[in-house]
Design a protein around this ligand. Structure first.
Ligand code: NAP
Length: 296
């Protein structure tokens, strides 16, 4: 695995993921599959990084001459201060998940929104003038909300356990957006769910509730789902969460986080290599692993 192109006598170019924790990440699998498919002498690893080491790690990666790297929680914002430049996606989102090493210059990008976009585009789901409720106010919620505003959703209600964080997120988007989307923030509880969900077309779970190993958990009771709902759970492990099971039983359209994951990874691959990502292979590798039971 570490010498992906066997006939090459040169060391491979390194790519990696940094974050904490990264043990559960499927990015190494997905990116190495893509490098292998395109016969590229490149390799992708993942590193758990303590916050206190972040600056040194970024300098180390620059010194090693890596081709690029991904950044995940909790460093998507903090990383920006150690980079040389940000492209428009990262500037707008004020968060970076992809870094390109361009001749020693580290440039930050954000491909999370592309993952969300790929999810909706693939299913030809139009969200213009629809109403959405988003559960969660972290990184995944930010990418989803950015996409929904760009697509002119009529209204988004953000429900979060820590309501202050939802309010912060709304403030961020109110400063940013030029569109007409109305944004509201409320504390996530049974009352706010009962109030918001019947009036919404799109329901998004952007929290880790229901993710492996807590696969029996869902924030939304079954009786709130209706056949007119489209329910998007950003979780991909398991591929069908409890939330999606309950929604499907009530006749709603359900979408998991797989295309978001593969979409953002494919966009990173394109930034690093300039080549068309082998999307099908990347996705197959992820699905195969998840179906086998990915439990780390
Ligand atoms: P994050 O930035 O840490 O945000 C987590 C959010 O979930 C926060 O709003 C948090 O609320 C809320 N939350 C956590 N535990 C909760 C609980 N028990 N009950 C209610 N709310 C809870 O994390 P993230 O990056 O947004 O990731 C969230 C999920 O999305 C994870 O499962 C992750 O694997 C998934 N994800 C998927 C993709 C993909 O490509 N499909 C991409 C990114 C993330 P507080 O503010 O109150 O803490």
């Amino acid at each position: 695995m570490f010498w992906p192109v066997e006939q090459s006598n040169r060391p491979p170019t390194l790519y990696c993921l940094i974050g904490l924790p990264v043990n559960h990440s499927l990015s190494p699998l997905m990116q190495n599959e893509a490098f292998k498919e395109l016969k590229m002498n490149r390799v992708y690893l993942a590193f758990n990084i303590e916050r206190i080491m972040l600056r040194k790690v970024v300098e180390g990666l620059r010194g090693l001459g890596v081709g690029g790297f991904n950044v995940t929680i909790p460093y998507k914002e903090e990383i920006m201060r150690y980079l040389d430049d940000l492209d428009e996606s990262a500037q707008q989102m004020k968060a970076v998940n992809t870094v390109l090493n361009r001749n020693g210059e580290l440039i930050g990008f954000n491909t999370d929104v592309e993952g969300v976009e790929a999810t909706f585009r693939k299913r030809k789901i139009k969200v213009k003038n629809k109403r959405a409720v988003v559960l969660g106010a972290g990184g995944a919620a930010k990418a989803v909300i950015y996409f929904l505003i760009k697509e002119n959703v009529e209204k988004i209600i953000v429900l979060n356990r820590t309501v202050e964080r939802a309010k912060e997120l709304i403030k961020f988007f109110n400063k940013l957006k030029g569109g007409e989307t109305v944004l509201e923030a409320e504390k996530l509880n049974m009352n706010s769910l009962k109030k918001a969900i019947p009036k919404s077309d799109l329901i998004v779970n952007a929290t880790p509730v229901g993710m492996y190993p807590n696969t029996e958990e869902s924030l939304i009771p079954k009786n709130l789902f209706q056949p007119y709902h489209t329910v998007f759970d950003v979780i991909y492990n398991p591929l069908k969460t409890k939330t999606l099971h309950l929604a499907e039983e009530k006749g709603a359209e359900v979408i998991n986080g797989l295309d978001m994951l593969v979409g953002q990874g494919a966009a990173s691959f394109k930034i690093w290599t300039g080549k068309k990502p082998p999307l099908k292979k990347m996705k197959e590798a992820v699905v195969k692993t998840l179906e086998k039971g990915f439990e780390r």
